[in-house]
Design a protein around this ligand. Structure first.
Ligand code: FAD
Ligand code: NAI
Length: 507
């Protein structure tokens, strides 16, 4: 009884502590201290993008050391790991967006933000061409921004491999707008399928949801979609019970190629139980407005062409290089062999360029294009830039003291001691190690409140899948959310969709 009493007291106290801490964080967010004005005489550091790489850099950067300008067509940071949940309304899209203005307001010194797209970089003149497409103005304004230091964190675009019809007829899953479009399209298919006097073939087509690409994006989306159907749509529209189908198409022999074998098998068997049809060794070759045409390899090795009518097609076959990055690659001779992005050295400096760094999906540093890599690269650059600024400051101090030594020789012992101290600091600061990525593991949601996790554990690997892993998946992503506001909104969404079901109204 005593143990129970103490457990209860401790739980109560930690809950109270948690609420108090969250309250304090919210108060701090809402009452930020006065900011120092940006100093235009300092070096201009331009950061392109507001994604994982750029925002991690901003978060840790001492903005008072530079004249910081952020340029991105998106005025918010997007927590991509929970984006698949927005396609079905498990999470509302605003819960995983954090305005860049709030992020910048938390910094000690002011930084500028331009909501615009960088269209080209001139590494010789050290200027960036930017273009602001404004609905309010009704036109496009183009201008140039000069930089002393440039960080490129523009991410990647969706790959289509030039397959005919993909761009015109598929939905992608990279941005908030994509998730909203998919959410509308799911309900459009469902409502259209229930309209009167339709042929059975048409109903079957409308209720066939096809996902191309068995990487983590395709798998997580297929899982969310099947959950949506099983937990909500089926209950509200029971006549669709046997007709709604989700098919996942993958060119390789299995889905989730980057996960361990045991987890691949677990995912495939879970999908089988959930009635998600996985078609592996099937490569999509052509897309029309109503069908997907693929080449499938049969067990005997023979190839056959299969045509699948679809209502919704989601294309998730990975990344392609953005136009602005391709353009820069073409301007730097040392980058002539770069195909997947900007080749960077171990300090993330773009090879063959001066004062340009690249982070995240647009940089090729030998790691997978993931949020984990991008955010570690961003934090590394922040440390590097903070150190560079400190170095300059200390070198200035040393210069000043050395010249005072010549002017007032009487004070020399004390000044020499100070110089030596500064030199010691300088050696410590200058000793910054190259970027080293530390892999924490991979997680993916696979539906029916199950997840898979490949976790790096000391020097080994720990693989697990199931309901407990799902709880781990949720708590890990919750802890990684950008702000307390995001965390509270996501918890609220999870509770709301569990208690009331997902909202099936079509905006
Ligand atoms: P992004 O985060 O894509 O940001 C790019 C930024 O650049 C954006 O702000 C964009 O608006 C801006 N931009 C684009 N063009 C320009 C331009 N011309 N000028 C200026 N700015 C520009 N990774 C994980 O590790 N774990 C996960 O669970 C995970 N889940 C994912 C789920 C989905 C659905 C997707 C699509 C990806 C997921 N990823 C995950 C991968 C992860 O999101 C990316 O690796 C990560 O976003 C890369 O960060 P980044 O900063 O390079 O690019
Ligand atoms: P991906 O590159 O990981 O997977 C794309 C898949 O599409 C590949 O398996 C490929 O074989 C397949 N494919 C390509 N062309 C095809 C075709 N014509 N027909 C059929 N299949 C075809 O892409 P994804 O899933 O978008 O992920 C991109 C990056 O983001 C990866 O690095 C991934 O690890 C990361 N990510 C991580 C997540 C997580 O950790 N939970 C979630 C989502 C993305």
């Amino acid at each position: 009884f005593r143990v129970l009493k103490w457990t209860w007291r401790l739980t109560y106290l930690s809950l109270l502590g948690g609420i108090g801490y969250a309250g304090w964080l919210i108060y701090e967010d809402r009452h930020p201290v006065e900011q120092i004005e940006a100093d235009p005489t300092k070096k201009t550091l331009v950061i392109l993008g507001t994604g994982w790489g750029s925002v991690s850099l901003l978060k840790k950067l001492d903005t008072e050391n530079y004249n910081v300008i952020v340029i991105s067509p998106r005025n918010y940071f997007l927590f991509t790991p929970l984006l698949p949940s927005c396609t079905t309304g498990t999470i509302e899209h605003r819960s995983i967006m954090e305005p860049i203005r709030s992020i910048l307001r938390q910094k000690k010194a002011r930084a500028k933000f331009y909501e615009a797209e960088a269209t080209s970089i001139d590494p010789e003149r050290k200027v960036i061409k930017v273009s602001d497409i404004s609905e309010v103005r009704g036109d496009t304004l183009e201008t140039e921004v000069a930089y002393d230091m440039l960080v490129i964190g523009v991410g990647a675009e969706n790959s289509t491999f030039g397959i005919p019809g993909v761009k015109e007829h598929s939905c992608f899953l990279k941005e908030i707008g994509d998730a909203q479009q998919i959410r509308k399209r799911i309900m459009d298919c469902v409502e259209t399928a229930t309209f009167k006097d339709q042929s059975p073939e048409e109903i079957e087509r409308l209720l066939h949801m096809v996902v191309v690409g068995g990487g983590p994006t395709g798998v997580e989306f297929a899982a969310e979609l099947q959950d949506f159907f099983e937990q909500d749509i089926k209950k509200l529209i029971p006549e669709l019970a046997d007709r709604f189908r989700v098919t996942l198409i993958e060119a390789l022999p299995n889905v989730l190629p980057s996960f361990s074998k045991h987890l691949i098998e677990y995912t495939e068997s879970t999908f089988k139980e959930e009635k998600i049809d996985i078609k592996t060794k099937t490569m999509v070759k052509k897309v029309t407005n109503k069908t997907v045409e693929a080449e499938a390899t049969r067990p005997d090795g023979k190839k056959e062409t299969v045509v699948m009518p679809y209502g919704l097609l989601v294309w998730a076959t990975g990344n392609a290089v953005r136009g602005i990055v391709k353009d820069l690659i073409a301007k730097i001779p040392a980058q002539k062999d770069s195909r997947r992005g900007l080749a960077v050295n171990e300090y993330l400096v773009v090879q063959g360029a001066r004062d340009i760094w690249a982070v995240g999906d647009c940089a090729v540093a030998g790691y997978a294009p993931t949020a984990q890599v991008a955010s570690q690269e961003g934090s590394f650059l922040a440390r590097l830039f903070n150190n560079m600024a400190k170095t300059e400051q200390i070198e200035d101090n040393i210069r000043e003291l050395s010249s005072s030594l010549n002017v007032k020789p009487g004070n020399s012992a004390e000044v020499t001691r100070q110089i030596e101290e500064y030199e010691r600091q300088l050696r410590r600061i200058k000793d910054i190690k190259p970027f080293h990525y530390s892999h924490q593991g991979s997680l993916a949601y696979i539906g029916s409140e199950k997840a898979v996790a490949d976790i790096s554990w000391f020097n080994g690997n720990f693989a697990s899948g199931g309901g407990l892993t799902f709880l781990f998946w949720r708590s890990a992503y919750l802890s990684m959310c950008f702000s307390t506001r995001n965390r509270l909104l996501v918890i609220n969404d999870w509770l709301k969709s569990k208690v009331f079901g997902r909202d099936v109204s079509r905006e």
